[in-house]
Design a protein around this ligand. Structure first.
Ligand code: ZN
Length: 227
């Protein structure tokens, strides 16, 4: 079995609505990672409109996965352990308060820039189910297990990442099994390393026909693991 998770970061409003619509055409659930404050002021994508918890609750009620991507878009590897931990806990507090379906023990925390520290990697799984951070060749992980606390990923940018994503899928399919966790952002022109809406629809249409592929949100994949 081959699992594929497209892990859409940053909560761009227009992109998230469109991604959810495309996934629903194929009976699939998407995976979104959003900031507690919606703020990305330090980033060149800070001006792109973000969704809010009204939208996140609506998408979650439709079965999509909404997971934390930070209180703000901070690079935790540039902060002290105490500062990084404080920002993560503040983020989780906001999710507890504002996202009806949120359970931190089942959650995946998605590090901005996928930058972690050894201290944070050790501490964070005592608070949440797992984290996404750090990189793996072609974004390939083993199939999920009860013991898995770290999900490694890959991505490509700042321009369109479709060719890179296709290459990662090919590498996954060349293996007997595995889990590709690919870090996507927005659609069309939105965000770092975007993919086209038409490309996404074509990709999902192709993959849902395969018996040896499952498109699945990250926390669903982990929480279904029983070994
Ligand atoms: Zn981000």
């Amino acid at each position: 079995m081959h699992l594929i998770t497209l892990s859409f970061d940053d909560g761009f409003r227009r992109s998230c609505i469109e991604v959810a619509r495309i996934y629903e055409q194929f009976g699939l659930k998407a995976c979104f990672n959003v900031m507690a404050t919606g703020v990305m002021a330090s980033d060149k994508y800070g001006d792109v409109a973000k969704g809010d918890f009204a939208l996140w609750n609506e998408l979650a009620a439709r079965g999509h996965e909404i997971m934390p991507h930070g209180y703000r878009h901070a690079d935790k590897s540039a902060l002290s352990f105490a500062e990084g931990r404080d920002l993560i806990l503040r983020c989780l507090d906001v999710f507890d308060e504002k996202l009806a379906s949120f359970e931190r023990k089942d959650a995946v925390f998605n590090f901005p820039y996928n930058r972690t520290t050894p201290d944070l990697e050790q501490w964070l799984p005592t608070v949440v189910r797992a984290f996404r951070g750090g990189f793996a060749e072609a974004g390939l992980n083993p199939l999920p297990s009860l013991q898995m606390k770290a999900i490694r990923t890959t991505g490509f940018g700042p321009e369109n990442c479709e060719a890179h994503l296709d290459d990662c899928i090919e590498k996954l399919m060349a293996r007997p099994d595995g889990w590709l966790l690919y870090n996507t952002h927005g659609l069309d022109e939105e965000g770092w390393g975007p993919i086209g809406a038409k490309y996404l629809a074509r990709l999902l249409e192709k993959l849902v026909k395969r018996d040896d592929v499952r498109l699945i949100p990250a926390a669903v994949a982990l929480n279904a693991a029983n070994h």
